[in-house]
Design a protein around this ligand. Structure first.
Ligand code: HEC
Ligand code: HEC
Length: 250
């Protein structure tokens, strides 16, 4: 089955569900804007849904309803998959989730798998972004994320300290005010994929200062530093007990 049909099949299943919260598609980028942005490399766009969503008062109940469609891939707990196909979202800074969703919706970040499910016609307008990001940010994190091989952690620690701490923080906690993502305890394979795409310019909404910082990293460096990152521990109060199931979707 081609990816297209997987998506169509998934979409049909989801649309049949009673709890889909597709309100009137107020807000959201128009098609011309999306097409124009697909040619851009831009880390921080001006205006648009990111800025607007940050000014809206979030409704967490609606956020939970919106999240139902997301849970098909990111899992009910927001933990993604250990193999990195789907990233962990739980515990991510709300500002970062808002930025990434806005970037995906308006063409600044390519995500063909997810794009059809994130459209205003599917989940609602800018308010839906404000709501679902509030819900996701409050989910407790996976205590057993995917990690690397553990063979080069000393090198990883040194590279991390010299190249990453100034933005992602001592423990990979990121910085909500600056839209720097939390990367601690993210699945190793997802970290590897994003890191390579950022380095190669395939992730067009990446931060140019980070691209500059990592341009001389070898494959060995990349694996070592991201193995180290995957083992960084979030504060205990952000982490769920092993085996926790999200009661909102039982
Ligand atoms: C069909 C599967 C699928 C669905 C449904 C889906 N996503 Fe995703 N999502 C993905 C994939 C795959 C990625 C990673 C893409 C990549 O590697 O660049 C992703 C990435 C993301 C990211 C970026 C994470 C990061 O670390 O930068 C956010 C935020 C996100 N999704 C939120 C959502 C929300 C909110 C919904 C529901 C409205 C949703 N997703 C629905 C597949 C999906
Ligand atoms: C100048 C600040 C800066 C530096 C230095 C930096 N980063 Fe980043 N990093 C960012 C920002 C900002 C993003 C999010 C970009 C976006 O919005 O798409 C990011 C994204 C990432 C991502 C993708 C996260 C996700 O959830 O999709 C990974 C992985 C990452 N950085 C790892 C690192 C590592 C490892 C280092 C050090 C070797 C590093 N970064 C150095 C600012 C930085």
């Amino acid at each position: 089955m081609s990816m297209k049909w997987v998506i169509v099949a998934l979409a049909t299943t989801m649309l049949a569900g009673p709890a889909l919260a597709a309100g009137p598609a107020a807000g959201g980028p128009d098609q011309a804007t999306v097409e124009a942005n697909k040619n851009k490399k831009e880390w921080m766009s001006q205006g648009g849904e990111r800025e607007e969503a940050l000014t809206l008062k979030p409704n967490k109940d609606n956020g939970r309803d919106v999240y139902e469609v997301c849970s098909a891939c990111h899992m009910p707990e927001g933990w993604g998959l250990v193999d990195g196909t789907f990233p962990q979202l739980a515990g991510q800074h709300r500002s970062v989730i808002i930025k990434q969703l806005a970037d995906i919706r308006d063409g600044h970040r390519d995500n063909p798998t997810m794009y059809p499910f994130a459209l205003p016609s599917e989940i609602g307008g800018t308010q839906a972004i404000a709501d679902v990001s509030e819900y996701i940010a409050g989910l407790k994190m996976n205590p057993q994320n995917g990690q690397g091989e553990g063979t080069d952690l000393e090198l990883g620690a040194k590279l991390y300290k010299d190249n990453c701490v100034r933005c992602h923080g001592e423990a990979g906690e990121g910085d909500a005010a600056k839209f720097y993502p939390r990367i601690q305890a993210q699945h190793y394979e997802y970290l590897i994929r994003q890191y390579r795409w950022i380095k190669e310019g395939k992730r067009r909404n990446s931060n140019p200062e980070m691209v500059e910082q990592i341009k001389n990293f070898t494959d060995k460096d990349t694996k070592a530093v991201l193995d180290y990152v995957s083992r960084l521990k979030p504060p205990a109060d952000l982490v769920a007990p092993a085996g926790w199931k999200n009661p909102d979707f039982q």
